[in-house]
Design a protein around this ligand. Structure first.
Ligand SMILES: [Zn+2]
Length: 225
């Protein structure tokens, strides 16, 4: 194998200069087109938006360094993509059905301090990933949460219980999220899988919601915002 060939091939100084110019032009074009898409910034993207960004990126990438890829053709591709994007967002605004088809709808993850397990069992989202996000929003245990929604852009919206309405719930931080090793019938225990919280007679008891047998000691601390 010709190692020099892999790295250099037929690169000349003229070609390097051309690549630099092509990169500048394409980079400016990407900025202009992202601006044209009407999005203000990018934090979380829906699947549909990721598709647009990928298409723009690949249309812009080739002409940066392939010397027989004319910039005008990439420009036409980018125009088409952005017109398509504008058309589809307009259609989504007009029709709820199209919107749900492309962006999906918010998923309810916690209701009244309990994980909604139907969707979790269908593997629409993962347990751990979701716990991590709740912790980042300083949720100490599920008893603080009235409703948690997974929005279509991947963000988590949480509605907390008022201080006096907080219930006993499943701890989310590792120092408390662990299997209880002794039983106290006066205490509350939470199912480590679905959050069901109750008194227990013994630790081998099966959860009536999800049949899990892992219990952690519940917490009652109110949410501090
Ligand atoms: Zn359970």
């Amino acid at each position: 194998m010709d190692l020099m060939g892999v790295f250099l091939h037929d690169t000349t100084w003229t070609l390097v200069l051309e690549i630099i110019i092509r990169c500048c032009v394409m980079f400016l074009l990407i900025l202009v087109f992202l601006k044209l898409s009407g999005k203000r910034g990018i934090r979380q993207l829906s699947i549909f938006e990721v598709a647009i960004i990928l298409s723009l990126g690949s249309a812009a990438g080739d002409p940066m360094f392939i010397d027989d890829a004319p910039i005008v053709q990439a420009f036409v591709v980018m125009c088409t993509i952005i017109i398509l994007y504008r058309f589809v967002t307009w259609t989504m605004m007009k029709s709820k059905k199209v919107e749900i088809l492309l962006e999906g709808k918010p998923l309810c993850i916690v209701e009244d301090g309990l994980l909604v397990i139907q969707d979790m069992q269908k593997e629409k989202y993962s347990h751990d990933e979701f716990f991590a996000e709740m912790r980042q929003k300083s949720v100490e245990h599920l008893g603080q949460v009235k409703v948690a929604l997974l929005e279509t852009d991947g963000c988590l919206s949480i509605l907390f219980y008022a201080k006096e309405d907080t219930k006993w719930g499943l701890p989310l931080f590792p120092q408390h999220y662990k299997k209880a090793d002794n039983i106290n019938t006066q205490r509350y225990y939470s199912c480590m899988y679905c959050g069901l919280t109750q008194h227990l007679l013994h630790l081998e008891q099966e959860c009536t919601r999800c049949n899990s047998k892992d219990w952690a000691e519940s917490l009652l601390t109110p949410h501090i915002s």
